[in-house]
Design a protein around this ligand. Structure first.
Ligand code: ADP
Ligand code: MG
Length: 260
């Protein structure tokens, strides 16, 4: 593994994490750390475990062994004790620190745009409606959708829905924002508007971003670090400039040739 940084006080840390789906080991003794404010992109072939990393962080997947640290809180699963499942308290802590944007938007279809954005801050953080709406209106302005707040998701384009999903994630004021192929489900002409919003977020100093994408030019622009995944391991990582112009690992070269 090349250029593996070990931030002194990471906001995300996987230490010796093993994740299996039945007989399939997806992550084997996986180590990975992200510094506060860092923007990291995961690239690599389909099935290499990128989404699994994000889903474990979001507590959507249990893991079998190892330690996960998130915003100073550690979750440890000793070997041979089955799968780690977060307690309700853990879930709340994680969901207040981490937001996720999915490929398929996942908006609540029966709620207006505004309600999609205010729901979690009101229910999880206990924010008063006026305060949550104030926050939502600011965020919808930021993603360029002020005029759509009373619309329903089905009345929006995919690009607009994804921008609402980003506003919804930000409404919790997370320290960490995860993106899992946020533009893969979009028609090509809608990709740019979503990347534009993510690009502006990448300038936010305090926000830690972990992004899975196949948009290599974009990854090169916004990332502090790019990690190439291969079969559940980080085969190579480093500054985007180096990874994209001078990859060392043959698998990275092969992958980049196939997508660029
Ligand atoms: P990527 O995001 O890099 O394409 P994933 O993390 O989605 O890869 O998947 C890693 C591996 O785990 C793949 O082999 C995939 O088939 C398998 N996998 C993912 N989710 C499940 C699941 N719920 N049950 C069984 N296998 C799964
Ligand atoms: Mg995936």
């Amino acid at each position: 593994m090349t250029d593996a940084p070990t931030p002194a006080d990471p906001v995300i840390r996987f230490a010796g994490v093993t994740k299996r789906f039945g007989p399939l080991t997806v992550l084997d003794d996986f180590d990975f750390a992200v510094a506060p404010g860092e923007k990291v992109t995961l690239i690599g072939p389909s099935g290499s475990g990128k989404s699994t990393v994000l889903r474990i962080l979001m507590t959507l997947e249990p893991f079998q062994e190892g330690t996960l640290e998130l915003a100073g809180i550690a979750y440890h699963q000793p070997k041979g004790r089955g799968a780690f499942r977060a307690s309700e308290q853990h879930l709340r802590q994680i969901r207040t620190h981490v937001g996720m944007v999915f490929q398929s938007f996942n908006l609540f279809p029966h709620m207006s745009v505004l309600r999609n954005v205010v729901e979690a801050p009101m229910v999880v953080l206990g924010l008063a409606r006026v305060e949550a709406e104030c926050r939502a209106v600011d965020l919808l302005r930021m993603v360029g959708l002020s005029d759509k707040k009373d619309h329903y998701p089905s009345q929006l384009s995919g690009g607009q829905q994804q921008r609402v999903a980003i506003a919804r994630a930000l409404a919790m004021r997370p320290r960490v924002l995860l993106f899992d192929e946020p533009t893969s489900a979009l028609d090509p002409q809608l990709v740019g508007e979503v990347l534009g919003v993510i690009r502006s977020l990448a300038h936010e100093h305090d926000l830690t971003m972990l992004l899975v994408t196949h948009e290599m030019r974009f990854a090169r622009e916004v990332s502090d670090r790019v990690c190439f995944f291969d079969k559940g391991r980080i085969a190579e990582q480093g500054e985007p400039e180096r990874i994209f112009t001078n990859p060392e690992h043959p698998r990275t070269r092969e992958f980049l040739q196939s997508v660029l």
